[in-house]
Design a binder for this molecule. Structure first.
Ligand SMILES: [Zn+2]
Length: 304
């Protein structure tokens, strides 16, 4: 009863950071955050999930790992009894597309950028992780693909899905719910850490900065920003992340233009003034050295 009253108060006030999901046992490691106006975020292992709930059913943005699919369905059932009609994959990575087949089996339509389907359809060699991700079965593939932009007109809102070229990967989308004023950034945004550029999948720092600028020009000071990894933040925090990314990008370009090698650039520690706040990323992905290394590769085409 208290929870219901609080939830209603939170919706009315547009308040943020209210937790729901008393059914913790069924949702395992997943927890749900109510962002108001029918939008939720689901956290846990893997990429953060966005949820739009309303009279027309459920839109999911990303779906974590296959092993968590029953928990995910339970987490959604803890919000609404409406069916999961659409799933948008922000990019092809397995921690964002793992439950595709499970969701397809309950009638969900999968939507993504053309390159997400292309990459899921064939074996993906990820030198960064020293692994090959095998092609996905047909049932796990997006059945609706687009090349630039697509909109969903459901639940009394408009969800605008924008493709961002060559940023985290070559198939990224960000999704802006116009009325609810919530944006899901996919893995363009590792909140509070440096970006991760998957250069094996067509990611790059130029495209990332352009994509962050596009997102920032789309949203406003009241927008709630769902990161791909990390929490839900304000526009101000996304702006700070963009500014750090741009500063490193500029220093890197200067050093490359001056003819410095990767070794020299790493020795110069161009991220040093930012590392205390931003440097605690995942080792090998977006720690300070990895960030600079992948950014360098994306700009030069060279791995060293
Ligand atoms: Zn990713």
């Amino acid at each position: 009863m208290l929870i219901t009253r609080l939830a209603m108060a939170a919706m009315t006030m547009g308040a943020v950071f209210f937790m729901v999901g008393s059914a913790g046992a069924q949702t395992g490691p997943l927890r749900t955050q109510d962002l108001g106006n029918g939008i939720y975020a689901i956290f846990g292992p893997g990429g953060n999930i966005g949820v739009s709930v309303g009279e027309d059913g459920v839109i999911l943005i990303d779906d974590k790992f296959d092993r968590l699919s029953s928990y995910l369905v339970a987490a959604v059932a803890g919000i609404t009894d409406k069916p999961i009609r659409f799933l948008i994959n922000t990019h092809w990575h397995p921690d964002h597309t793992g439950a595709n087949q499970a969701l397809e089996s309950i009638g969900t339509l999968i939507v993504a950028h053309d390159n997400v389907r292309r990459r899921l359809s064939s074996d993906q060699v990820q030198k960064i992780f020293n692994r090959t991700v095998p092609a996905s079965p047909k049932a796990a593939l997006p059945v609706i693909t687009f090349d630039q932009q697509i909109s969903f007109h459901v639940n009394g809102d408009e969800a605008r899905v924008y493709h961002i070229p060559n940023a985290h990967t070559d198939g990224d989308s960000i999704i802006y719910f116009v009325k609810a004023n919530v944006i899901h950034m996919g893995d363009l945004y590792f909140a509070g850490r440096y970006p991760f550029l998957d250069v094996d999948s067509g990611g790059g720092i130029s495209g990332l900065v352009a994509g962050l600028d596009q997102a920032l020009s789309t949203i406003n000071d009241q927008t709630q920003v769902i990161s791909g990894h990390g929490g839900v933040t304000t526009k101000e925090e996304l702006q700070a992340y963009r500014d750090v990314t741009k500063a490193v990008y500029d220093r890197l370009r200067e050093m490359i233009a001056a003819g410095h090698s990767l070794e020299e650039i790493l020795e110069a520690k161009i991220t040093a003034s930012f590392d205390e706040k931003w440097g605690n990323g995942f080792q090998g992905l977006n720690d300070p050295v990895s960030f600079v290394r992948f950014a360098y590769t994306s700009l030069t085409g060279k791995a060293e």
